[in-house]
Design a binder for this molecule. Structure first.
Ligand code: PLP
Length: 364
Protein backbone atom coordinates (compact mmCIF):
# COMPACT_ATOMS: atom_id res chain seq x y z
CA UNK A 1 0.00 0.00 0.00
CA UNK A 2 1.43 3.37 -0.98
CA UNK A 3 0.40 6.71 0.49
CA UNK A 4 -1.44 6.94 3.79
CA UNK A 5 -2.78 3.93 5.59
CA UNK A 6 -6.45 3.21 4.85
CA UNK A 7 -8.94 4.46 7.41
CA UNK A 8 -9.85 1.47 9.59
CA UNK A 9 -13.43 0.48 8.92
CA UNK A 10 -16.04 0.94 11.63
CA UNK A 11 -16.40 -2.55 13.02
CA UNK A 12 -19.93 -3.48 13.98
CA UNK A 13 -19.50 -7.26 13.99
CA UNK A 14 -19.99 -9.50 17.04
CA UNK A 15 -16.27 -9.56 17.81
CA UNK A 16 -13.63 -8.41 17.41
CA UNK A 17 -14.75 -4.93 18.39
CA UNK A 18 -13.09 -1.51 18.23
CA UNK A 19 -10.70 -1.07 21.16
CA UNK A 20 -11.00 1.52 23.90
CA UNK A 21 -8.00 3.88 23.60
CA UNK A 22 -6.76 2.90 27.09
CA UNK A 23 -6.91 -0.76 26.10
CA UNK A 24 -5.06 -0.10 22.85
CA UNK A 25 -2.41 1.90 24.72
CA UNK A 26 -1.92 -0.90 27.27
CA UNK A 27 -0.96 -3.28 24.47
CA UNK A 28 2.02 -1.12 23.56
CA UNK A 29 3.73 -1.61 26.94
CA UNK A 30 7.18 -3.21 26.80
CA UNK A 31 6.90 -7.00 26.84
CA UNK A 32 7.65 -8.93 30.03
CA UNK A 33 8.77 -12.48 30.71
CA UNK A 34 5.80 -14.65 31.52
CA UNK A 35 7.70 -16.30 34.35
CA UNK A 36 9.02 -13.34 36.33
CA UNK A 37 7.66 -11.19 39.15
CA UNK A 38 5.98 -8.79 36.68
CA UNK A 39 3.92 -11.66 35.27
CA UNK A 40 2.99 -12.84 38.75
CA UNK A 41 1.72 -9.36 39.61
CA UNK A 42 -0.11 -8.98 36.29
CA UNK A 43 -1.80 -12.38 36.52
CA UNK A 44 -2.78 -11.60 40.12
CA UNK A 45 -4.42 -8.32 39.11
CA UNK A 46 -6.23 -9.97 36.20
CA UNK A 47 -7.52 -12.79 38.40
CA UNK A 48 -8.76 -10.32 41.01
CA UNK A 49 -10.36 -8.19 38.31
CA UNK A 50 -12.41 -11.13 37.02
CA UNK A 51 -13.40 -12.20 40.55
CA UNK A 52 -14.51 -8.65 41.42
CA UNK A 53 -16.39 -8.16 38.18
CA UNK A 54 -18.19 -11.51 38.14
CA UNK A 55 -18.47 -12.05 41.88
CA UNK A 56 -16.68 -15.40 41.71
CA UNK A 57 -14.20 -16.77 44.23
CA UNK A 58 -11.89 -18.40 41.74
CA UNK A 59 -10.12 -16.73 38.83
CA UNK A 60 -10.52 -18.24 35.38
CA UNK A 61 -7.98 -20.39 33.60
CA UNK A 62 -6.47 -18.16 30.88
CA UNK A 63 -5.92 -20.02 27.62
CA UNK A 64 -4.04 -18.62 24.65
CA UNK A 65 -6.83 -19.26 22.17
CA UNK A 66 -9.99 -17.92 20.60
CA UNK A 67 -13.29 -19.09 22.05
CA UNK A 68 -13.23 -22.39 20.19
CA UNK A 69 -10.00 -23.31 21.98
CA UNK A 70 -11.81 -23.00 25.31
CA UNK A 71 -14.70 -25.06 23.92
CA UNK A 72 -12.25 -27.82 22.97
CA UNK A 73 -10.40 -27.55 26.29
CA UNK A 74 -13.66 -27.91 28.22
CA UNK A 75 -14.53 -31.17 26.49
CA UNK A 76 -10.97 -32.52 26.62
CA UNK A 77 -10.63 -31.87 30.36
CA UNK A 78 -14.00 -33.18 31.53
CA UNK A 79 -15.02 -36.10 29.34
CA UNK A 80 -13.93 -39.58 28.27
CA UNK A 81 -14.13 -41.28 24.86
CA UNK A 82 -17.64 -42.55 24.14
CA UNK A 83 -19.35 -40.39 26.77
CA UNK A 84 -22.88 -39.47 25.66
CA UNK A 85 -23.44 -35.72 25.39
CA UNK A 86 -26.59 -33.76 24.60
CA UNK A 87 -26.49 -30.43 22.75
CA UNK A 88 -29.24 -27.93 21.97
CA UNK A 89 -28.64 -26.99 18.32
CA UNK A 90 -30.33 -23.84 17.08
CA UNK A 91 -27.34 -22.08 15.55
CA UNK A 92 -23.81 -22.21 14.25
CA UNK A 93 -22.07 -22.12 17.63
CA UNK A 94 -24.23 -24.77 19.30
CA UNK A 95 -23.60 -26.96 16.23
CA UNK A 96 -19.87 -26.29 16.55
CA UNK A 97 -19.96 -27.46 20.18
CA UNK A 98 -21.59 -30.73 19.06
CA UNK A 99 -19.27 -31.05 16.07
CA UNK A 100 -16.27 -30.70 18.33
CA UNK A 101 -17.69 -33.34 20.67
CA UNK A 102 -18.13 -35.66 17.71
CA UNK A 103 -14.55 -35.07 16.58
CA UNK A 104 -13.44 -36.12 20.06
CA UNK A 105 -15.28 -39.44 19.81
CA UNK A 106 -18.17 -38.56 22.08
CA UNK A 107 -21.64 -39.91 21.44
CA UNK A 108 -23.63 -36.83 20.47
CA UNK A 109 -27.34 -36.11 20.48
CA UNK A 110 -29.05 -32.80 19.64
CA UNK A 111 -32.34 -31.33 20.79
CA UNK A 112 -32.56 -30.00 17.23
CA UNK A 113 -33.76 -26.54 18.20
CA UNK A 114 -34.72 -24.67 15.00
CA UNK A 115 -32.25 -21.91 14.11
CA UNK A 116 -33.55 -18.61 15.44
CA UNK A 117 -35.59 -20.20 18.24
CA UNK A 118 -34.71 -20.47 21.89
CA UNK A 119 -34.12 -23.96 23.30
CA UNK A 120 -37.23 -25.25 25.07
CA UNK A 121 -36.59 -26.38 28.68
CA UNK A 122 -39.44 -28.94 28.52
CA UNK A 123 -38.02 -30.52 25.38
CA UNK A 124 -34.69 -30.68 27.18
CA UNK A 125 -36.44 -32.42 30.08
CA UNK A 126 -37.93 -35.02 27.74
CA UNK A 127 -34.53 -35.61 26.09
CA UNK A 128 -32.88 -36.06 29.49
CA UNK A 129 -35.40 -38.79 30.29
CA UNK A 130 -34.37 -40.67 27.14
CA UNK A 131 -31.46 -43.12 27.50
CA UNK A 132 -28.53 -43.04 27.41
CA UNK A 133 -28.31 -40.45 30.15
CA UNK A 134 -25.87 -37.80 28.96
CA UNK A 135 -22.64 -37.33 30.86
CA UNK A 136 -22.72 -33.66 29.85
CA UNK A 137 -25.22 -31.16 28.46
CA UNK A 138 -23.68 -28.61 26.09
CA UNK A 139 -25.44 -25.26 26.31
CA UNK A 140 -24.91 -22.08 24.31
CA UNK A 141 -26.06 -18.99 26.18
CA UNK A 142 -26.00 -16.23 23.57
CA UNK A 143 -26.20 -17.81 20.08
CA UNK A 144 -24.19 -15.27 18.11
CA UNK A 145 -25.27 -16.65 14.73
CA UNK A 146 -28.96 -15.86 15.31
CA UNK A 147 -29.01 -13.26 18.09
CA UNK A 148 -30.98 -15.62 20.34
CA UNK A 149 -30.40 -15.69 24.09
CA UNK A 150 -31.25 -19.18 25.33
CA UNK A 151 -32.98 -19.34 28.74
CA UNK A 152 -29.89 -20.49 30.61
CA UNK A 153 -31.23 -20.52 34.20
CA UNK A 154 -34.29 -22.57 33.14
CA UNK A 155 -32.20 -24.99 31.08
CA UNK A 156 -29.73 -25.51 33.93
CA UNK A 157 -32.56 -26.02 36.44
CA UNK A 158 -34.05 -28.77 34.23
CA UNK A 159 -30.67 -30.51 33.91
CA UNK A 160 -30.23 -30.44 37.70
CA UNK A 161 -33.77 -31.76 38.27
CA UNK A 162 -33.47 -34.59 35.77
CA UNK A 163 -29.87 -35.79 35.80
CA UNK A 164 -26.33 -35.74 37.14
CA UNK A 165 -24.99 -34.48 33.82
CA UNK A 166 -22.28 -31.85 33.80
CA UNK A 167 -23.49 -28.48 32.52
CA UNK A 168 -20.96 -27.04 30.06
CA UNK A 169 -21.79 -23.51 28.91
CA UNK A 170 -20.58 -21.51 25.94
CA UNK A 171 -20.99 -17.95 27.21
CA UNK A 172 -18.53 -16.58 24.66
CA UNK A 173 -20.78 -13.73 23.54
CA UNK A 174 -22.65 -13.06 26.80
CA UNK A 175 -20.29 -13.24 29.77
CA UNK A 176 -19.22 -9.73 30.71
CA UNK A 177 -22.15 -8.01 29.00
CA UNK A 178 -25.11 -9.85 30.49
CA UNK A 179 -25.91 -11.68 33.73
CA UNK A 180 -24.52 -15.23 33.88
CA UNK A 181 -24.55 -17.27 37.09
CA UNK A 182 -21.03 -18.64 36.68
CA UNK A 183 -21.40 -20.72 39.85
CA UNK A 184 -24.42 -22.57 38.46
CA UNK A 185 -22.38 -24.06 35.59
CA UNK A 186 -19.87 -26.90 35.80
CA UNK A 187 -17.81 -25.18 33.15
CA UNK A 188 -18.30 -21.86 31.42
CA UNK A 189 -16.05 -20.14 28.92
CA UNK A 190 -15.71 -16.87 27.03
CA UNK A 191 -13.16 -15.12 24.82
CA UNK A 192 -11.31 -11.81 24.90
CA UNK A 193 -12.63 -10.38 21.62
CA UNK A 194 -16.33 -10.58 22.49
CA UNK A 195 -18.11 -8.72 25.30
CA UNK A 196 -14.79 -7.93 27.01
CA UNK A 197 -13.84 -5.51 24.23
CA UNK A 198 -10.29 -6.86 24.04
CA UNK A 199 -8.21 -7.95 21.07
CA UNK A 200 -8.57 -11.61 20.09
CA UNK A 201 -6.07 -14.06 21.53
CA UNK A 202 -7.15 -15.21 24.98
CA UNK A 203 -10.01 -17.39 26.20
CA UNK A 204 -11.17 -17.65 29.80
CA UNK A 205 -12.70 -20.75 31.43
CA UNK A 206 -14.20 -21.38 34.87
CA UNK A 207 -14.96 -24.81 36.35
CA UNK A 208 -16.93 -25.99 39.39
CA UNK A 209 -15.84 -28.25 42.26
CA UNK A 210 -17.84 -31.03 40.62
CA UNK A 211 -15.99 -30.45 37.39
CA UNK A 212 -12.70 -30.76 39.25
CA UNK A 213 -13.69 -34.30 40.27
CA UNK A 214 -14.78 -35.07 36.69
CA UNK A 215 -11.46 -33.75 35.47
CA UNK A 216 -9.53 -36.29 37.51
CA UNK A 217 -11.40 -39.25 36.01
CA UNK A 218 -11.81 -37.88 32.47
CA UNK A 219 -9.72 -39.77 29.90
CA UNK A 220 -9.75 -37.67 26.74
CA UNK A 221 -6.17 -36.72 25.86
CA UNK A 222 -5.05 -33.19 26.75
CA UNK A 223 -1.74 -31.47 27.03
CA UNK A 224 -1.70 -27.86 25.80
CA UNK A 225 -5.29 -27.44 27.00
CA UNK A 226 -4.87 -29.19 30.35
CA UNK A 227 -6.69 -27.02 32.91
CA UNK A 228 -4.60 -28.48 35.76
CA UNK A 229 -1.37 -27.33 34.10
CA UNK A 230 -2.75 -23.79 33.94
CA UNK A 231 -3.97 -23.92 37.54
CA UNK A 232 -0.67 -25.31 38.82
CA UNK A 233 1.26 -22.63 36.95
CA UNK A 234 -1.09 -19.89 38.17
CA UNK A 235 -0.51 -21.02 41.76
CA UNK A 236 3.16 -20.15 41.09
CA UNK A 237 2.14 -16.86 39.43
CA UNK A 238 2.96 -18.08 35.96
CA UNK A 239 1.60 -19.75 32.84
CA UNK A 240 2.52 -23.21 31.52
CA UNK A 241 3.12 -21.96 27.96
CA UNK A 242 3.84 -18.57 26.40
CA UNK A 243 0.66 -16.49 26.60
CA UNK A 244 -0.37 -13.62 24.29
CA UNK A 245 1.28 -11.10 26.62
CA UNK A 246 -0.06 -7.93 24.91
CA UNK A 247 -3.60 -9.30 25.22
CA UNK A 248 -2.99 -9.82 28.94
CA UNK A 249 -1.91 -6.17 29.21
CA UNK A 250 -5.11 -5.23 27.40
CA UNK A 251 -7.12 -7.48 29.71
CA UNK A 252 -5.83 -5.77 32.82
CA UNK A 253 -6.69 -2.34 31.39
CA UNK A 254 -10.10 -3.49 30.14
CA UNK A 255 -11.10 -5.03 33.46
CA UNK A 256 -10.09 -1.83 35.23
CA UNK A 257 -12.34 0.18 32.91
CA UNK A 258 -15.26 -2.24 33.32
CA UNK A 259 -14.93 -2.17 37.11
CA UNK A 260 -14.82 1.63 37.05
CA UNK A 261 -17.99 1.73 34.97
CA UNK A 262 -19.63 -0.92 37.15
CA UNK A 263 -21.11 -4.24 36.12
CA UNK A 264 -24.73 -3.08 36.19
CA UNK A 265 -23.89 -0.05 34.08
CA UNK A 266 -22.06 -2.26 31.55
CA UNK A 267 -25.09 -4.57 31.39
CA UNK A 268 -27.42 -1.59 30.98
CA UNK A 269 -25.28 -0.08 28.21
CA UNK A 270 -25.45 -3.36 26.27
CA UNK A 271 -29.20 -3.69 26.82
CA UNK A 272 -29.71 -0.12 25.56
CA UNK A 273 -27.52 -0.70 22.50
CA UNK A 274 -29.51 -3.87 21.75
CA UNK A 275 -32.84 -2.04 22.13
CA UNK A 276 -31.59 0.68 19.79
CA UNK A 277 -30.51 -1.96 17.26
CA UNK A 278 -33.86 -3.75 17.35
CA UNK A 279 -35.77 -0.48 17.08
CA UNK A 280 -33.76 0.85 14.15
CA UNK A 281 -33.75 -2.41 12.15
CA UNK A 282 -37.50 -2.82 12.58
CA UNK A 283 -38.09 0.82 11.66
CA UNK A 284 -36.32 0.04 8.34
CA UNK A 285 -38.92 -2.66 7.74
CA UNK A 286 -36.56 -5.53 8.52
CA UNK A 287 -37.85 -8.57 10.39
CA UNK A 288 -35.72 -9.68 13.33
CA UNK A 289 -34.53 -13.29 13.59
CA UNK A 290 -34.96 -13.57 17.39
CA UNK A 291 -38.20 -12.76 19.19
CA UNK A 292 -37.80 -9.75 21.46
CA UNK A 293 -38.12 -11.86 24.64
CA UNK A 294 -35.30 -14.16 23.48
CA UNK A 295 -32.98 -11.48 22.11
CA UNK A 296 -29.39 -11.26 23.28
CA UNK A 297 -27.85 -7.90 24.20
CA UNK A 298 -24.66 -8.34 22.19
CA UNK A 299 -25.77 -8.91 18.57
CA UNK A 300 -28.97 -8.40 16.59
CA UNK A 301 -29.78 -10.42 13.47
CA UNK A 302 -32.35 -9.39 10.86
CA UNK A 303 -33.66 -11.07 7.72
CA UNK A 304 -32.50 -9.42 4.50
CA UNK A 305 -35.27 -8.31 2.13
CA UNK A 306 -35.53 -10.80 -0.74
CA UNK A 307 -34.25 -8.28 -3.30
CA UNK A 308 -31.08 -7.44 -1.36
CA UNK A 309 -27.89 -9.36 -2.13
CA UNK A 310 -25.68 -9.50 0.96
CA UNK A 311 -22.25 -9.32 -0.78
CA UNK A 312 -23.25 -6.08 -2.54
CA UNK A 313 -24.83 -4.54 0.54
CA UNK A 314 -21.74 -5.41 2.60
CA UNK A 315 -19.47 -3.88 -0.06
CA UNK A 316 -21.47 -0.63 -0.27
CA UNK A 317 -21.57 -0.31 3.52
CA UNK A 318 -17.83 -0.80 3.72
CA UNK A 319 -16.76 1.33 0.75
CA UNK A 320 -19.18 4.25 1.03
CA UNK A 321 -19.72 4.39 4.77
CA UNK A 322 -16.76 2.60 6.36
CA UNK A 323 -19.19 0.34 8.20
CA UNK A 324 -18.59 -3.40 8.56
CA UNK A 325 -21.54 -5.58 9.53
CA UNK A 326 -21.59 -9.37 9.77
CA UNK A 327 -23.51 -11.63 7.42
CA UNK A 328 -25.19 -14.94 8.12
CA UNK A 329 -23.34 -18.12 9.03
CA UNK A 330 -24.07 -21.70 7.99
CA UNK A 331 -27.66 -22.17 6.84
CA UNK A 332 -28.33 -18.42 7.28
CA UNK A 333 -25.56 -17.32 4.92
CA UNK A 334 -26.87 -14.69 2.47
CA UNK A 335 -30.20 -14.56 4.31
CA UNK A 336 -29.52 -12.32 7.28
CA UNK A 337 -27.31 -9.50 8.48
CA UNK A 338 -25.94 -9.21 11.99
CA UNK A 339 -25.17 -5.99 13.82
CA UNK A 340 -22.78 -6.46 16.71
CA UNK A 341 -23.08 -4.22 19.78
CA UNK A 342 -20.67 -5.48 22.39
CA UNK A 343 -17.47 -4.42 24.07
CA UNK A 344 -17.10 -0.63 24.38
CA UNK A 345 -20.15 -0.10 22.19
CA UNK A 346 -22.80 2.54 22.88
CA UNK A 347 -26.29 3.18 21.50
CA UNK A 348 -24.66 6.02 19.52
CA UNK A 349 -22.46 3.49 17.68
CA UNK A 350 -25.57 1.48 16.82
CA UNK A 351 -27.28 4.59 15.44
CA UNK A 352 -24.26 5.44 13.26
CA UNK A 353 -24.23 1.93 11.76
CA UNK A 354 -28.03 2.00 11.37
CA UNK A 355 -27.90 5.38 9.57
CA UNK A 356 -25.46 3.91 7.04
CA UNK A 357 -27.55 0.78 6.59
CA UNK A 358 -30.71 2.82 6.12
CA UNK A 359 -29.06 4.91 3.41
CA UNK A 360 -27.85 1.79 1.59
CA UNK A 361 -31.22 0.05 1.76
CA UNK A 362 -33.03 3.12 0.45
CA UNK A 363 -30.64 3.20 -2.50
CA UNK A 364 -31.03 -0.52 -3.13
C1 PLP B 1 -17.33 -16.23 18.81
C2 PLP B 1 -18.00 -17.39 19.43
C3 PLP B 1 -17.34 -18.61 19.64
C4 PLP B 1 -15.91 -18.86 19.35
O1 PLP B 1 -15.42 -18.34 18.19
P1 PLP B 1 -13.87 -18.05 18.07
O2 PLP B 1 -13.77 -17.48 16.70
O3 PLP B 1 -13.16 -19.33 18.22
O4 PLP B 1 -13.52 -17.07 19.16
C5 PLP B 1 -18.03 -19.63 20.26
N1 PLP B 1 -19.30 -19.47 20.65
C6 PLP B 1 -19.96 -18.32 20.48
C7 PLP B 1 -21.35 -18.22 20.98
C8 PLP B 1 -19.34 -17.25 19.86
O5 PLP B 1 -19.99 -16.09 19.71
Amino acid sequence: MTGGAPIPPGLHVPGPTPLHPEVAAAMAQPLISYRGPEARALLGRIGEGFCDYLGTERPPVLLTASGTGAMEATLANLLSPGDPVLGIGGGQFAERFLGLAEAFGLETRSLGTPWGSAADPERLRAALRTRPEPRAVLLTHSETSTGVLHPLPDLIRVVREESDALVLVDAVSSLGAMPVAVGSCDAVFTASQKAWGLPPGMAMAWTSERAAAAERSARLPRFYWSFSRYRDALARGSMPFTPAVPVLFAMEAGLRLMLREGRDAVFRRHAEAAAAARGRLQAMGLRLVADEENATSTVTAAWLPREVAWPELARTLRERHGVVLAGGLGQLQGKILRLGHLGWTTPGDVHRAADALETCLRGA
